[in-house]
Design a protein around this ligand. Structure first.
Ligand code: ADP
Ligand code: MG
Length: 225
């Protein structure tokens, strides 16, 4: 094996709110190899979103080390951290987080604007990806005109349009009925198996987590195999 794509050692993360300290992550060790599909489970409040924020470089650990795709990200400042994030990680959230007054295809193209890709190339890349996700006849719909499952597929297309090696999904099926949830899981599985995208899936549902190759559990800020 090469270097793990995610290598986290002894990570702590503490929040303080109104003088009360909450230790959200306690000595977390996490190793994910390139091409793996890992599920992280845990009850509400166990630290799942905090861990996702650290994995996704939206937040830094208080202590410990984090090496992402061979780069020590704990040593990076804001701009450098954002660049590593943009080229390495695609995010999918429970609440889809699409821009409401922007068509589906424009939502998908958005990250390519920041990546400096010209207009024609943007449209073409977004279209190919949306076609592969069964959204051919939904490109010009507004998010409010789409079902939850369709919105999440648009969000997955947006997360992947920059071709990041890692997809990080926080409760991606949490707002979906079981059939749409199943569809989204089929898509994640295919992206992993066919395209080799490394997937870290965060969920509190055992049925969803079972679809991954490996399951880890957070309890009270501690990660257990
Ligand atoms: P989960 O996603 O598993 O529900 P979180 O990572 O959101 O858990 O939260 C872990 C713990 O940290 C909880 O006790 C939560 O109340 C606390 N917490 C999360 N975010 C903040 C914050 N911004 N400020 C203060 N406490 C926080
Ligand atoms: Mg959460």
């Amino acid at each position: 094996m090469g270097i793990p794509i995610i290598l986290m050692q002894h990570v702590d993360k503490c929040y303080s709110l109104d003088g009360v300290e909450v230790q959200a992550l306690r000595g977390v060790d996490l190793t994910v190899d390139s091409g793996e599909f890992v599920a992280i489970m845990g009850p509400s409040g166990s630290g799942k979103s905090t861990l996702m924020n650290v994995i996704g470089c939206l937040d830094l650990p208080d202590s410990g080390t984090y090496t992402l795709n061979g780069e020590d990200v704990t040593a990076l400042g804001g701009d450098a951290l954002a660049r590593v994030r943009n080229r390495t990680i695609g995010f999918v959230f429970q609440s889809f987080n699409l821009l409401p007054r922007t068509s589906a295809v424009e939502n998908v193209e958005m990250p390519l604007i920041y990546a400096g890709i010209a207009k024609q190339g943007r449209r073409q890349r977004a279209q190919v990806l949306m076609e592969s996700l069964g959204l051919t006849d939904r490109m010009n719909h507004m998010p409010s005109q789409l079902s939850g499952g369709q919105q999440q597929r648009v969000a997955i297309a947006r997360a992947l349009v920059n071709r990041p090696p890692i997809l990080l999904a926080d409760e991606p099926t949490g707002n979906l009925d079981s059939r749409s949830g199943e569809e989204v899981m089929n898509i994640l599985e295919e992206l992993n198996r066919r395209d080799g995208v490394t997937i870290v899936l965060i969920t509190h549902e055992p049925e969803i987590a079972k679809r991954a190759d490996r399951m880890l559990t957070l309890r009270d800020g501690r990660l257990e195999g």
